[in-house]
Design a protein around this ligand. Structure first.
Ligand SMILES: Cc1cc2nc3c(=O)[nH]c(=O)nc-3n(C[C@H](O)[C@H](O)[C@H](O)COP(=O)(O)OP(=O)(O)OC[C@H]3O[C@@H](n4cnc5c(N)ncnc54)[C@H](O)[C@@H]3O)c2cc1C
Length: 447
């Protein structure tokens, strides 16, 4: 049986970063990855027509410094998300195009919405990111959902509808599922709500040339001798002096192990001895978000000729928000629509042809009849991927942070935990994954 200093489970951005940091520190490292590829929730699919689609994580924005460092180090460039021209709102059957950030809504609803966003930013500023359960009023906020806070905060239905659309786009979950404490934590983790929502100066500001999986592929190339693909870890035994890591056709030993998976997937591994009670309970309570990314590819970005930027928000139909995902040279026109939370649960029950017809019908109602005839339609649902179970990330329902939060990052014997869900900065994002990998490696090297 081969012996390593550290075995890393999972070759997403967290696992790859942890492994690279440990290899640089002179450790003998093995990465075990269940899929036949690296990148995890970031997957760039290339098509014979000469374009690519980021089926998972795609954007990078200001303050995501570790991800920018990795992109640059990989010799890869970024480009601005297309946002010139007017945005679109389809609400109560009426289509409106508008410039800037403020949607054309009645003044009362707009003021109520603006006040709620500011209030949430203000409350989130008080959150203890390392230990959210120690934040002021943590118990009170953790006992309510984001939805119940929205109900109390906003008296205008229109404001609530707009806030819900934004919340679904940020968390890929219904506000009734999310602890308000978690919503505050996540908001501060990514700076503030404006940063999370926006293209310009926000988390959607830039895309990565060639696709967001590129930097992960380059990182994997650097440490390729250390990575074993198609290796599903099923058992971790730390009852002896060394940790034994097993899968269907392998068994390796190491002094330490980093498990770089979303929390719920760490619960699918069998441990000897069994996990401590609170860790076991925690992983039963961190569900993944629910999202389907849909794409329609056209010969050209025809909406740009109409002065539209491809950004649309609506609560009608399956897709809640759309973005222009065309290549930087505009050689193809690509519309991406997020189908989120409960809409995604209903959407995935439909046949492919019905899903396609629904999405194209929505796109045509936003941008015109040309949208009905794409050269390709693609959708990708992350809940049916066994080694993700959903996306964008795991989130905390009510009561979890304050009762079990301490077990999220706390090592168990020689097992250390990574993955974006364990990050206090940019939790849920690629940036958070990278930071978590560095942090877990540092726990082992003492750096
Ligand atoms: C649709 C979508 C859109 C998103 N948009 C963005 C965005 O625009 N910007 C952004 O920053 N983030 C975005 N995200 C989130 C981002 O992709 C994730 O936060 C990040 O990729 C998580 O990385 P990770 O390494 O923590 O986990 P993962 O990427 O999930 O890596 C875990 C790895 O472990 C492997 N694995 C699982 N079980 C086992 C096992 N038993 N044995 C061995 N290996 C196993 C998996 O195959 C996977 O490769 C998005 C995600 C999705 C799905």
């Amino acid at each position: 049986m081969q012996n390593y200093d550290v075995i890393v489970v999972g070759a997403g951005y967290a696992g790859l970063t942890a492994a690279r940091t440990l290899v640089d520190a002179g450790k003998k490292v093995l990465v075990l990855e269940a899929r036949d590829r690296v990148g995890g929730r970031v997957f760039t699919q290339h098509y014979p027509e000469g374009f690519y689609l980021d089926l998972g994580g795609a954007w990078v924005g200001p303050t995501q410094d570790k991800f920018y460092d990795l992109i640059r180090e990989s010799g890869i460039s970024t480009f601005k998300t297309y946002a010139e021209g007017k945005s679109t709102l389809l609400y109560k059957g009426k289509l409106k195009h508008y410039k800037g950030l403020i949607p054309p809504l009645p003044v009362g609803a707009l003021l109520s919405l603006d006040f709620a966003i500011k209030k949430m930013n203000k409350l989130s500023a008080g959150i203890n990111l390392e230990k959210p359960w120690l934040s002021p009023d943590a118990a009170k906020y953790d006992a309510m959902t984001l939805s119940s806070w929205m109900d109390k905060q906003m008296s205008f239905d229109t404001a609530k509808v707009m806030f819900k659309m934004a919340a679904e786009a940020i968390w890929a979950a219904d506000p009734s599922e999310i602890s308000f404490l978690h919503a505050l934590f996540y908001t501060k983790s990514g700076r503030n709500l404006d940063t999370l929502m926006n293209v310009e100066n926000g988390a959607q500001e830039e895309r990565i040339s060639g696709g967001a999986q590129g930097p992960a592929l380059k990182l994997a190339e650097r440490i390729k001798e250390n990575i074993r693909l198609n290796a599903v870890v099923t058992h971790v035994d730390q009852s002896g002096e060394q940790v034994i890591v097993k899968g269907p056709d392998f068994e390796f030993k190491a002094s330490k192990i980093i498990i770089a998976l979303p929390p719920h997937l760490t619960g699918k591994i069998s441990y000897l001895p069994a996990m401590p009670a609170n860790r076991e309970q925690l992983v039963q309570r961190v569900p993944m978000g629910t999202v389907t990314k849909t794409f329609a590819v056209y010969d050209k970005p025809f909406w740009r000729e109409k002065g539209l930027n491809g950004l649309c928000a609506t609560n009608e139909g399956f897709t809640t928000v759309t973005f222009d995902n065309s290549p930087p040279d505009g050689s193809k026109g690509i519309l991406m629509g997020f189908v989120l939370a409960n809409q995604s649960k209903a959407f995935i029950e439909l046949d492919h042809e019905v899903r396609k017809a629904e999405i194209l019908r929505s796109f045509s109602s936003f941008y015109g009849e040309e949208a009905l005839n794409p050269i390709r339609y693609v959708d990708h649902n992350w809940s049916q991927e066994a080694f993700s179970g959903g996306c964008y990330a795991g989130f905390m329902p009510t009561g979890v942070w304050t009762s079990l939060g301490e077990s999220l990052r706390k090592p168990v014997g020689n097992i250390h935990w990574a993955g974006t869900e364990t990050s206090d900065i940019w939790n849920g994002y690629i940036e958070g994954a990278i930071r978590s990998g560095e942090r877990a490696a540092g726990e082992i090297t003492g750096a």
